[in-house]
Design a binder for this molecule. Structure first.
Ligand SMILES: NC(=O)c1ccc[n+]([C@@H]2O[C@H](COP(=O)([O-])OP(=O)(O)OC[C@H]3O[C@@H](n4cnc5c(N)ncnc54)[C@H](O)[C@@H]3O)[C@@H](O)[C@H]2O)c1
Length: 298
């Protein structure tokens, strides 16, 4: 039996969960039949066709030592570096930042933590990560760059045979999100979104309470990420140098997964059902009994 569900399997289970409800599927029966003849599957919600199996549930290959490269050694990159310094059998083999001093701060941090490895440095401009991903001493490339670089860095990493991990938000256009999925499935490399809030003390505590049945059956949840960013957005250093621009260009929730991630865990929503339950504002269908549906009504 195939232990690794394909996206189609996930979507099927989403469809079962939403029995009786017809979503605006683009894939026609004819498309699906044609794709099936090709050995491909059609995503019934988007109409996209894929030949590749999902990477969900695919184990990482075991390794004695995990070799990590960090692209973006600013505040967050160095904060996560500190966490990796506490994990046995992790080596940091390469560091990259457009500002060489930030890379040196990361190296100093490694020295303080007792790591005497000499990571390769890539500081030659905003595309230096392209040289980094070509190295053969890296298992995972993690990016903590400004948002606009997340997708290019992780795509380059996967195309070069490395697993990839990105800070949130992983991407901010639907096209880019599908590029991440497609590239991961084609290259058979993992593409992780580092949503740390899923693993916070309070979030895991409530998750455990949900699993233990303290709240009974969950039908509705509210999620938010409350962070007063005013001082950060008006700084002339660190995130202030790039994040303000995003907030002036788009008026939306630019950071949804800090709130949504933990609640999705609690409601048992996986990647497929999130899509399945996106509804138009005027939609009056009775959603009771569909876990998580309320979260995605736009
Ligand atoms: N998960 C969390 O809780 C959390 C917390 C803070 C920040 N973040 C995310 O981490 C990312 C980085 O945020 P930050 O606070 O560290 O910002 P920062 O500005 O301190 O760090 C970004 C670093 O990327 C470097 N950089 C810019 N362009 C680059 C490029 N093309 N190649 C290599 N390096 C480049 C900058 O010089 C800087 O050192 C953002 O995506 C942010 O949203 C996540």
């Amino acid at each position: 039996m195939n232990r690794h569900p394909s996206r189609r399997d996930l979507l099927k289970s989403a469809a079962v969960a939403s029995a009786g409800i017809v979503f605006g599927a683009n894939a026609t029966g004819a498309d699906a039949a044609e794709a099936a003849a090709d050995g491909a599957t059609v995503d019934r919600f988007t109409g996209r066709t894929t030949n590749a199996a999902s990477m969900a549930g695919v184990p990482f290959e075991p390794r004695e030592t995990v070799r990590i490269a960090i692209v973006g050694t600013g505040l967050r990159g160095r904060s996560v570096l500190g966490e990796w310094m506490g994990v046995p059998n992790v080596r940091i083999t390469a560091l990259c930042d457009t500002v060489p001093e930030k890379v040196e701060l990361a190296v100093q941090q490694m020295r303080k933590a007792g790591h005497d490895d000499e990571p390769a440095r890539f500081t030659n401009g905003p595309e230096a990560y392209r040289d980094l991903v070509r190295r053969d001493d890296i298992d995972l490339v993690y990016t903590a760059t400004p948002w606009e670089f997340h997708v290019p860095v992780v795509l380059a990493a996967m195309e070069s045979g490395k697993h990839a991990a990105t800070e949130v938000p992983a991407a901010y256009t639907l096209d880019d999100r599908w590029k991440l999925v497609d590239t991961s499935e084609r290259t058979r490399r993992h593409c992780l979104m580092m949503e740390n809030c899923n693993y916070g003390y309070n979030e895991l505590l409530v998750l455990q309470m949900v699993k233990s049945g303290v709240f009974g059956e969950l039908l509705h949840a509210g999620a938010a990420y409350n962070h007063d960013l005013r001082s950060i957005l008006f700084e002339n250093k660190d995130e202030g140098l790039w994040r303000r621009r995003h907030h002036t260009l788009r008026n939306s929730n630019l950071y949804p997964t800090h709130g949504l991630g933990p609640v999705a865990f609690m409601l048992g929503i996986n990647r497929a059902t999130v899509l399945a339950h996106q509804l138009d504002p005027g939609d009056q269908r009775d959603l009771r009994g569909l876990p998580g549906a309320h979260l995605y009504r736009r």
